[in-house]
Design a protein around this ligand. Structure first.
Ligand SMILES: Cc1cc2nc3c(=O)[nH]c(=O)nc-3n(C[C@H](O)[C@H](O)[C@H](O)COP(=O)(O)OP(=O)(O)OC[C@H]3O[C@@H](n4cnc5c(N)ncnc54)[C@H](O)[C@@H]3O)c2cc1C
Length: 464
């Protein structure tokens, strides 16, 4: 890839943001992404402040034939928001948060992380379903998955997207909504950044908090098979307000964990009651009373704290590889297999999270969005995380084996954000289904026929 000093100078004359080249002191910090496995050196990082900056950066890359990586929060597990030698269009500085509390809507810049959006919306007691790790970007998450603690009450993030502004591959700035460029809007809701660079998201906001009855109950791993059975039966009958998940983790070496349990395999039940906190204790009563937990830290707490509850398990810069799938049901045999396979990990950061679907997720109007969620009660996230590259190779092998061992009970699908490139193109297509995939290919042909935006869960511009 080439880029000349002359063209950088001409870009710099109009560009309002920061242009960072490899020889500048800020480069090493600016090139970092969440996943330590992707240690790449772009040719140029354009930190945009407006749609105009995005247009200029795009034009520059196209003129010089550079590969383009678009970055919101930089959390992509496959490392799609960075590249070697190409141009990173970094939307990080675009952190607008304009909230209309009367209409319960908000317009947000693509550089926001969930911690920042949540802080802004919570000043009005409002929220939209966001990611479970607060340093994830709102942009990538909204476009390609949108799963979080609020989803059983309000559906996934796409269900609350009202409109988006984007810069298309040909440089046009368009707005997409149910009324305007409706097919494009449909594709943005789950199509994973394939059709342009989104410069503004407008969400419907919901009344949430500021306090939620929430927290974590920690049990020893030895009781996991019985606990998961109980959790399954409890949550499958629970109202939409009962959210959370269950994680097979290694208990952290923290003061709040009883000394003998620190560093030992454990089972964490995440509690999140999305309603009046006074109703939380009775709604979660059976779970709170179950067994003999190592600790119970459940109480009314700020929603923004709920959103940061498991951040400690996902530190920025760690090596990350992930496998996910839907489980229509969770029979006893699947639970036993899941618990047995989880013991194959050696890194204290690796973990398996089981999230209940149902509620508003099951009622989303999926004809109005590209995102395709099968009829399933559960989803698993098998997270291979470690600091050491040699150890990470073993953890990746573990995650792949985990997925294989669960295949009997899973559907072989996942939203674009949870697909690893080594799973091949077929799984992306299968996850959307033939009809929706065909519509996405047609949209790609219309809005990005040369596949300018290829670093993503890529929809090809031609069928085949
Ligand atoms: C530790 C961890 C936890 C996670 N937890 C959740 C979770 O709870 N729920 C969930 O749904 N997902 C979760 N994810 C997946 C997450 O949603 C995706 O990784 C998402 O892409 C991250 O968004 P980002 O903006 O930070 O990503 P980036 O790395 O910046 O971008 C990811 C992709 O989106 C594209 N993109 C980014 N911004 C734009 C834009 N403005 N316009 C067009 N394309 C854009 C990029 O080109 C790239 O292909 C998690 C991921 C990790 C690593």
């Amino acid at each position: 890839m080439s880029h000349s000093a002359t063209t950088i100078a001409s870009l710099a004359s109009d560009f309002a943001g920061e242009l960072i080249e490899p020889d500048q002191p800020a480069f090493d910090e600016a090139r970092k992404v969440f996943n330590g496995m992707h240690d790449k050196r772009p040719g140029l990082i354009a930190r945009c402040t407006s749609s105009r900056d995005v247009q200029l950066a795009l034009e520059y890359a196209q003129h010089d034939g550079m590969q383009i990586a678009v970055r919101g929060g930089g959390h992509s597990t496959p490392g799609y928001s960075t590249c070697d030698g190409g141009l990173v269009i970094d939307l990080g500085p675009m952190k607008k948060a304009e909230i209309d509390p009367e209409r319960r809507t908000g317009r947000f810049g693509p550089g926001l992380r969930w911690s920042e959006l949540d802080a802004a919306t919570q000043t009005h007691g409002l929220a939209v379903t966001g990611g479970r790790i607060s340093h994830t970007g709102i942009a990538g998450l909204t476009l390609g998955s949108g799963s979080g603690w609020l989803e059983r009450k309000f559906g996934m993030t796409a269900a609350s997207l009202l409109s988006a502004e984007l810069v298309c591959a040909d440089g046009r700035v368009l707005r997409a909504s149910a009324e305007e460029n409706a097919e494009l809007f449909w594709g943005l809701k789950g199509g994973a950044g394939n059709f342009g660079i989104v410069t503004e998201f407008e969400f419907r906001l919901h009344s949430v908090g500021p306090l939620l009855f929430a927290g974590m109950i920690l049990h020893p791993r030895a009781v996991a098979p019985e606990l998961i059975r109980f959790y399954r039966d409890f949550i499958e009958r629970a109202p939409d307000e009962v959210g959370g998940g269950l994680a097979l983790i290694t208990a952290p070496p923290e003061e709040f964990v009883p000394e003998p349990a620190r560093g030992q395999p454990a089972c964490g039940v995440i509690v999140a009651y999305v309603g009046d906190p006074d109703d939380g204790p009775s709604a979660f009563g059976p779970l709170l009373e179950w067994g003999d937990p190592l600790l119970t830290m459940v109480q009314p707490m700020p929603y923004v704290a709920v959103q940061q509850m498991i951040d400690g398990g996902f530190p920025w810069g760690i090596n990350d590889y992930s496998k996910s799938d839907y489980l229509p049901h969770l029979p006893d045999a699947a639970i036993d297999q899941l618990v047995a396979e989880t013991s194959g990990t050696t890194s204290p950061f690796s973990q398996v999270i089981l999230c209940p679907l149902g509620g508003a997720v099951a009622r989303m109007d999926q004809s109005a969005m590209a995102l395709t969620i099968p009829d399933a009660k559960w989803m698993y996230f098998c997270e291979a995380l470690s600091w050491d590259r040699a150890e990470q190779d073993r953890e990746i092998a573990w995650a792949r084996a985990f997925m294989e061992s669960m295949r009997r009970w899973s559907v072989g699908k996942a939203p674009p954000n949870f697909l690893e490139p080594d799973e091949g193109h077929r799984r992306l297509r299968v996850s959307f289904g033939e009809e929706k995939f065909g519509r996405l290919v047609a949209l790609k042909a219309e809005y990005d026929p040369h596949n300018t935006f290829s670093l993503n869960a890529n929809i090809p511009p031609t069928a085949g």
